[in-house]
Ligand binder design. Structure first.
Ligand code: PAF
Length: 282
C-alpha cells in the first residue's frame, strides 16, 4: 500500500487505475481504525478492483467545545491495518491540503432539513462539515463506490441526499454496525469511557432493542417509545441528547402507517458522546 498526502498524487494514482479500466472503491475515515472500519474496508473491496482510504480529522465538523484537538490520531497503526486489509492507497492530507484558505472561509455544502435535526440540533454545523469534506474527498478520489457505516445513520442519510441532490457519480453503500460482544457499537470514542462507564454503555443498545421490539409488536405511539427509551437511559446515568423513532428514508417523524422505521439515540457518559441506532423490521 502507498501513502500519499497531496491531492495531485491521489488523482494521478486513480487516473492510472481508471485508464486500465479498474473500478475504485473508497472509504473516508478520521483514522484511529478499529474492527468497525475494517468491516467497511472489506465491504468496499467487494465493489471495486482498487481501494482507497482517507484518514483526515476534519476540523470543519467539530464544534468549538468538541474533541478536535484530542481526537485520537494513530496514522502508523492505521497504515498497518489498512495494508493488512488489502488497501491500495492511503490518503493522509493535512488541514492546509484540504482547506488551503482555512476551514472557516471555505465553501460549504449544506443539506437542509436533515442536518439540523437529531445530532445536528446538538452539534450545530457538524453535518455541514461532514457533507463539505465528503464532497471534497469525492472530487479528489472520484470513486465509483464509497462505503459508510450505518452506525452513523444520520450521516449516511445526509450523504445519500447530498449525492442525489448534487448528481455526484458515486454509489453509496451502507455497512452494518459492528458491535462488541456486549452489544456496544464500535467507535473510536469508546476509549473515552472509564471502566464503570464502559460497563454501562451497552444499555444504549439494550434500550434500542427494547424500543424496536415494542414497535415490531405494533406499538402505535413512537413518541412514547422515544420518551421511555430516553427516561430509561437517564435513570441509568446517561445524559440523553435524544432517543427517537424516525422514518428510515428521511429521518422525519413517522406518520401513522409508516413501516420503514429506525430508532436512533445519542447519549453522553462522562466525556464520551455515544450514538447508535436500530432499524425496525431488520
Ligand atoms: O464518519 C467519519 O469518520 C467522518 O464523519 C467522515 C465521513 C470520514 C467525514 O470526516
Amino acid at each position: 500500500m502507498d501513502t500519499v498526502t497531496t491531492i495531485p498524487a491521489v488523482r494521478a494514482r486513480v487516473a492510472a487505475w481508471r485508464a486500465a479500466g479498474e473500478r475504485v472503491a473508497f472509504v473516508p475515515t478520521m483514522g484511529n481504525l478499529h474492527a468497525g472500519h475494517i468491516s467497511l474496508i472489506e465491504l468496499a473491496r467487494r465493489h471495486g478492483q482498487r481501494f482507497v482510504a482517507s484518514i483526515f480529522v476534519n476540523p470543519m465538523q467539530f464544534g468549538p467545545n468538541e474533541d478536535f484537538n484530542h481526537y485520537p490520531r494513530t496514522p502508523d497503526r492505521d497504515a498497518q491495518m489498512l495494508a493488512a486489509a488489502g488497501c491500495d492507497l492511503m490518503f493522509l492530507p493535512d488541514v492546509a491540503e484540504m482547506y488551503p484558505s482555512g476551514p472557516e472561509i471555505a465553501t460549504r455544502v449544506e443539506v437542509p432539513g436533515l442536518s439540523t435535526i437529531l445530532c445536528g440540533a446538538f452539534r450545530p454545523g457538524h453535518f455541514e462539515g461532514v457533507a463539505t469534506v465528503v464532497a471534497k474527498l469525492f472530487n479528489i478520489v472520484q470513486p465509483e463506490v464509497a462505503v459508510f457505516g450505518e452506525k452513523d445513520f444520520q450521516q449516511l442519510t445526509v450523504i445519500r441526499r447530498m449525492v442525489a441532490d448534487l448528481c455526484l457519480p458515486v454509489a453509496i453503500v451502507g455497512a452494518p454496525t459492528m458491535r462488541e460482544a456486549d452489544g456496544l457499537a464500535m467507535s473510536s470514542r469508546n476509549q473515552y469511557l472509564d471502566a464503570s462507564q464502559r460497563g454501562l454503555a451497552p444499555r444504549i443498545h439494550a434500550e434500542l432493542q427494547r424500543a424496536r421490539e415494542r414497535l415490531a409488536r405494533g406499538e402505535r405511539d413512537p413518541e412514547q417509545v422515544g420518551r421511555d427509551g430516553a427516561a430509561a437511559l437517564e435513570a441509568a446515568g446517561f445524559r440523553v441528547d435524544y432517543f427517537s423513532v424516525r422514518r428510515a428514508a428521511d429521518l422525519q417523524v413517522p406518520a401513522a402507517g409508516d413501516r420503514d422505521l429506525v430508532v436512533l439515540a445519542a447519549a453522553r457518559l462522562g466525556r464520551a458522546r455515544l450514538i447508535d441506532n436500530l432499524r425496525v423490521g431488520d
